[in-house]
Design a protein around this ligand. Structure first.
Ligand SMILES: *Cc1c(COP(=O)(O)O)cnc(C)c1O
Length: 231
C-alpha cells in the first residue's frame, strides 16, 4: 500500500531528524513518481502527499494536466533547453539546473510569462563521470553569475549521490554538500533565498537527513521498483 509506504518513509525521516537534533518539520518528502501510472499518484495524493518529482518534461506535463491542481511538481531530471517552455511557471521547483546556459534559458522563459522560477543548482558532488551537475569547485561562482538573473530565484543545492550498497558511504558527500550550501547562504546573493538542500533517495535518505537535507526525493520506497529506469 502506497499510503503505508509513505507513512513508513515519513517515520524514518522523522526519526533521522530527531537523531540529528533537527525538527522533522524542516524536511519535505518529494514522492518521485517517474514511470508510475497516474492511478498510483492518485493513491499517494489521497494519502495526503502533495509534492511529486518527475524526471522528464514529456511525462510531467500530461500528469500535471490529469491530476489535481494543488499538487506541487518538482522537476528533478536533466532538463533540455528546448523543453523549458513547456514547464515554465508550472513547477514548484526545478532541482536539476546544471549549467549557466540552462539558468539563462529558464530566466528568459520566466520573463516572457512574468513569473519567477525557483531553481536549485545540481552538484556532481562525488565527481562521477556519468553524472551531470556543477563541479563542487565551480558551483559558487556559477551561482554568483546566475544571481544576476531576476527571472530565476536560487533556492539552494541538489545532488544525486553515488549508487552504493552501504548508505554510510555517502555520508561524506552529503556533508560536503551541506558545507557548500552554508557557503552559498553566506554569500547573500541577489535573486536568491537559499533555504533548500535536496539530497537523499530511497537507499540513503536517512543519512542525508542526518547531514542536513531539507528535501528528500524518494521513489522506490514509496511506489516500488520501476520496470524501467530513467534519469
Ligand atoms: C529516480 C530519482 C530519485 C528517486 O530514486 P529512488 O532510488 O527510487 O528513491 C531521486 N532523485 C532523482 C534525481 C532521480 O532520478
Amino acid at each position: 500500500m502506497i499510503k503505508d509506504n509513505i507513512a513508513a518513509v515519513r517515520e524514518r525521516i522523522d526519526a533521522a531528524a530527531k537523531r540529528a537534533g533537527r525538527d522533522p518539520e524542516e524536511i519535505k518528502l518529494i514522492a518521485v513518481s517517474k514511470t508510475m501510472p497516474v492511478e498510483m499518484l492518485k493513491e499517494a495524493y489521497e494519502a495526503g502527499q502533495r509534492d511529486f518529482g518527475e524526471n522528464r518534461v514529456q511525462e510531467l506535463v500530461p500528469k500535471m494536466e490529469e491530476l489535481p491542481a494543488d499538487i506541487r511538481w518538482h522537476l528533478i531530471g536533466q532538463l533540455q533547453k528546448n523543453k523549458v517552455k513547456y514547464i515554465s511557471g508550472k513547477t514548484e521547483l526545478i532541482h536539476s539546473v546544471d549549467s549557466i546556459g540552462l539558468a539563462q534559458f529558464i530566466d528568459k522563459e520566466a520573463k516572457k510569462r512574468g513569473v519567477v522560477s525557483d531553481i536549485l543548482l545540481e552538484v556532481n558532488i562525488a565527481g562521477e563521470k556519468s553524472k551531470s551537475g556543477f563541479n563542487p569547485e565551480e558551483v559558487l561562482d556559477a551561482a554568483e553569475q546566475i544571481s544576476a538573473l531576476d527571472g530565476v530565484r536560487i533556492r539552494g543545492l541538489m545532488t544525486v549521490a553515488p549508487l552504493v550498497e552501504n548508505a554510510e558511504d555517502n555520508r561524506i558527500y552529503f556533508r560536503n554538500l551541506k558545507h557548500l550550501y552554508i557557503d552559498m547562504q553566506n554569500k547573500n546573493m541577489d535573486n536568491s533565498m537559499v533555504d533548500t538542500l535536496s539530497m537523499g533517495m530511497s537507499g540513503d535518505f536517512e543519512v542525508a537527513v542526518e547531514e542536513g537535507a531539507t528535501m528528500v526525493r524518494v521513489g522506490t520506497a514509496i511506489f516500488g521498483k520501476r520496470s524501467y529506469e530513467i534519469t
